[in-house]
Write a protein that binds this ligand. Structure first.
Ligand code: SAM
Ligand code: SF4
Length: 336
């Protein structure tokens, strides 16, 4: 297969937004079934429809050559994909050679095994999803997950030297009473915390409206105990950060519903099937897999520019009675 030829044309979408951040979903599979993310019985993609690790690596090479500076691997659960370490090492070779950062979002269940390899491959920062520190509640939200595995993973990440940000989806009536304790715990552990509003992506067999919690309310409630001050800290993603009075922890808020962040969106996403989605909340996409398998990288090059033209001004997520899902795709397919 031909190599990716560097191009000097920067990645700029039709609205003038510079695209520098690529999220890659390396698998739609997962060892958990979080209630807001997946249905209990998920139908996963057949193996031959999923990009091989070599195909993912070639496309990552191409994107870095075109100006992508940050790559986040996600899923599904990236660490359930066999030989994921090889892919991480391969992409990690671009660090300092066009790529500024390689990161990962994980549920943490297999982190204890992978933490050292991640660090050795050049990963310095990871996001670990944790919606509850109560074992029974964790098992409920994840439909069977074992909290101990995640806590062991977090210990291993810290020991390996990885900076950790905890991602917590704020769920009314499920974990709202744990938000403040989670913030205080993160502070003691040296982790940052990002809260996320539940987004209407894919059918999960449950009504998300019941559990939707606007983060504007949550921030007010936290602020009553620990005043919050907006800070300029950014990690390339949609979170807006706050300093928390009296603590070292930074609190990030991802608020797709109460305050959309589309005007300065710098991201595109590649699914594990090689589809490029320019927005989490839209169905428009460009299929790289077919082009790559039929014509190699030269056939993919022009598709990048086509994809850029498709990037919409904003998502149109709404949560409310009868709204249903904004897209049929689950977050695990597009990559969170
Ligand atoms: N399995 C990994 C994990 O859980 O971190 C990576 C993939 S997961 C899809 C990425 C992030 O998306 C997680 O932090 C998860 O909590 C979040 N997520 C999944 N479905 C969501 C939804 N419907 N609304 C908001 N966040 C969601
Ligand atoms: Fe799996 Fe992550 Fe979705 Fe939970 S949020 S089901 S861990 S992909």
């Amino acid at each position: 297969m031909a190599n990716a030829a560097p191009s000097s044309a920067p990645l700029v979408d039709g609205l003038g937004r510079r695209i520098s951040y690529l999220r890659i979903s390396v698998t739609d599979r997962c060892d958990l079934r979080c209630r807001y993310c997946m249905a209990e019985r998920m139908q996963f993609l057949p193996k031959n429809e999923v990009l091989t690790l070599e195909e993912i690596a070639l496309l990552a090479d191409l994107f870095v050559a075109r100006g992508i500076r940050r790559i986040r691997l996600t899923g599904g659960e990236p660490l359930v994909r066999r030989d994921i370490g090889d892919l991480i090492r391969r992409i990690g070779r671009h660090l300092g050679q066009g790529l500024d950062e390689l990161t990962l979002t994980t549920n943490g269940t297999r982190l204890a095994t992978h933490a050292d390899d991640l660090f050795d491959a050049g990963v310095r920062r990871i996001n670990v999803s944790l919606d509850s520190r109560d074992p029974d509640r964790f098992a409920h939200v994840t439909r069977g997950g074992k909290l101990d595995q995640v806590l062991a993973g977090l210990d291993a990440a810290r020991a390996a030297g990885l900076a950790v940000k905890i991602n917590m989806v704020a769920l009314k009536g499920v974990n709202d009473d744990e938000i403040l304790p989670m913030l205080r715990w993160c502070d003691t552990q040296g982790f940052d915390l990002t809260l996320i509003e539940t987004m209407p992506l894919g059918d999960t067999g449950e009504d998300r409206t019941d559990h939707y919690l606007p983060l504007t309310h949550v921030a007010d409630a936290i602020g009553a105990h620990h005043p919050l001050t907006p800070i300029a800290h950014r990690t390339g993603g949609p979170a807006r950060y706050h300093a928390v009075e009296g603590m070292g922890v930074r609190l990030g808020l991802i608020t797709p519903l109460t305050r959309n962040f589309c005007a300065d969106c710098n991201r595109i996403r590649m699914t594990c099937e090689g589809k490029i989605f320019m927005c989490l909340g839209h169905e428009d996409h460009v299929d790289f897999k077919t082009a790559l398998r039929d014509g190699g990288l030269p056939a993919v090059q022009p598709l990048i520019d086509r994809a850029l033209r498709l990037k919409p001004a904003a998502h149109d997520f709404r949560i409310g009675a009868g709204e249903g899902a904004a897209t049929h795709r689950h977050m695990s397919v597009t990559g969170g």
